[in-house]
Design a protein around this ligand. Structure first.
Ligand code: GLY
Ligand code: MN
Ligand code: MN
Length: 521
């Protein structure tokens, strides 16, 4: 076949110079000692992950629950992104950082002797569990296989030591099976056998298609209805998995503390790097990469794209290009969080005066945002509705904006959700969101479990009011234009109030100034 007629999809191999001789294959398979490295272990999380699996199983008695880790995602051409497992999978297995592409966790309903599937009480009527968890994955291929040296995605010569079934079984205290067994396992007892399938649809398209394939088809005329019903079953699973994460267990709280501690170190490094940022033509990148260095050294990386927004850029809520300069006399808003290896992330914002001292106008805005945050903190305790934390912050914001003559109505009128909300022009985002494995954690929870729910001990969320006065906003007094401030902390609800997990970073304007002075002395 000449070059012109070779199909495009086959051309990726044209640059391959991989050895193919039989002599090479024999030689590469020989003379290997025991693997020198032991894989890092997540065994400490195993009992917590088991409890989470028990809790989700109890919600869906008799159903087979399928939660995939996801597949490697192509970044471009033949280059993948670094792997990150689906959050629900990480939560239910405890597997962290880049583990384990293509793996699938299945909770099989346990059929009790003399009856159908257990009644769903997680310990069952007879103390038996409702489900048996099995992790299906692709174990390492041994050194005499072609995969070992020729597979750039999975071969140990390319990606390092990979686990066997037995190793993950021991680590997670969970039965493991080869991924090739997944298809049969999904189909077992489905339909007339009484087992119903539910899958987290967005985790892995191939697995979702396999589950759909395994579902009973029914009358071809009703195909649409059958599919709609399946999507509803799946949505209920996704929703329940999201709600399962609303209250963090002891191990998760420890991870959040570690994520926050590393983030505090990142913000301290930023303060020390501010002179370098001022001197650089893309000072915002100096800020971003200073944090990224700590995040990658101390954790898995950043939990989301850092916002390093100097001057008027702070008024672009998702400013992640970070290619501007950092100028003395201005503020720089930094929203950044370290994600630790377990994938739990902090989410912290500090707005810093670049030269260490707030101007009067900057302090006026900053202190008001801080006052709004204080009002939100005062509400953060068991029994308060989640939405009331936001409303407390908004009352301060609306009151101050009215005093400054910026509202066309009174503060009370502006606080009327149906008729007012003019103050939201300058803070269009919410004050709080749950935080955990996802920076916007529990996002598929029902409204009554999220905004309308009462706070409970173990919940972790942000308090992050802000005020954003764009340089071109003619409704803002001239001396305040171009100033953008957000203060964001991570909060744990305790039995009688809350703990500010990010209290290691000062919040009050004077404390920020003394802290910056001490770090740069
Ligand atoms: N950094 C994203 C947020 O604050 O929600
Ligand atoms: Mn946030
Ligand atoms: Mn944030």
């Amino acid at each position: 076949m000449d070059e012109q007629s070779q199909p495009l999809h086959e051309r990726g191999g044209n640059r391959s110079q991989r050895p193919t001789s039989e002599a090479f294959k024999r030689f590469v398979a020989e003379q290997w000692g025991p693997r020198p490295e032991t894989l890092p272990t997540v065994a400490a999380v195993a009992p917590f992950a088991a409890a989470r699996r028990t809790a989700i199983g109890a919600r869906f008695p008799g159903d087979r629950l399928v939660v995939a880790a996801g597949a490697l995602k192509v970044r471009s051409n033949d280059t993948d992104y670094r792997f990150r497992p689906h959050s629900a999978f990480a939560h239910l297995t405890g597997l962290d950082t880049d583990r384990e592409p293509d793996a699938v966790l299945v909770l099989h309903p346990v059929v009790h002797r003399g009856g159908g599937p257990s009644d769903g009480d997680d310990s069952g009527n007879d103390g038996a569990p409702s489900h048996e968890a099995v992790l299906y994955f692709r174990p390492r291929a041994e050194r005499d296989s072609e995969e070992f040296y020729a597979d750039s995605r999975y071969g140990e010569l390319w990606v390092g030591v990979r686990p066997s079934l037995e190793e993950i079984e021991a680590e997670l205290d969970l039965r493991c099976a080869h991924i090739d067994e997944l298809g049969d396992a999904l189909r077992k007892d489905v339909g007339d056998g009484g087992v119903r399938l539910r899958v987290v649809r967005d985790a892995d398209d191939t697995v979702t298609a396999e589950v759909d394939e395994a579902r009973p088809t029914g009358d071809p005329d009703d195909e649409g209805e059958v599919q709609d019903a399946a999507v509803t079953l799946d949505a209920e699973l996704t929703e329940a998995l999201s709600e399962l994460r609303l209250v963090k267990d002891e191990w998760e709280i420890e991870q959040m503390r570690a994520a926050v501690a590393a983030s505090v170190a990142g913000f301290e490094a930023i303060v020390r790097a501010l002179p370098e940022a001022v001197a650089h033509h893309r000072g915002e990148r100096v800020v971003e990469t200073t944090f990224a260095q700590i995040a990658r050294r101390e954790g898995n990386g950043t939990g989301y794209d850092t916002i390093a927004a100097a001057g008027n850029h702070a008024n672009t809520l998702h400013w992640i290009r970070n290619d501007g300069s950092v100028r003395t006399g201005e503020l720089v808003l930094v929203d950044a969080g370290v994600e630790v290896d377990s994938l739990y992330s902090a989410d912290i914002t500090r707005t810093l005066p670049v030269d260490g001292t707030f101007t009067d106008a900057q302090r006026q805005v900053y202190d008001t945002v801080c006052e709004a945050a204080d009002a939100a903190f005062a509400q953060a305790r068991p029994g308060t509705r989640f939405r009331d934390v936001h409303l407390a912050a908004m009352r301060v914001i609306a009151t101050r904006l009215a005093e400054w003559g910026m509202l066309p109505v009174s503060a009370e009128e502006s606080l009327d959700r149906e008729q007012g909300e003019q103050h939201r022009r300058w803070m269009v985002h919410g004050t709080s969101h749950h935080l955990g494995i996802d920076v916007h954690d529990c996002a598929q929870a029902r409204r009554e479990m999220y905004l309308d729910a009462e706070l409970e001990p173990g919940m972790v969320f942000t308090i992050e009011p802000g005020l954003y006065f764009r340089a071109d906003d003619l409704a803002v007094p001239e001396h305040l234009r171009g100033i953008g401030v957000r203060i964001e902390d991570d909060v744990l609800v305790t039995s009688d109030g809350c703990e500010n997990l990010s209290a290691g970073l000062p919040r009050l304007s004077h404390d920020v100034e003394s802290w910056m002075a001490a770090l740069t002395r």
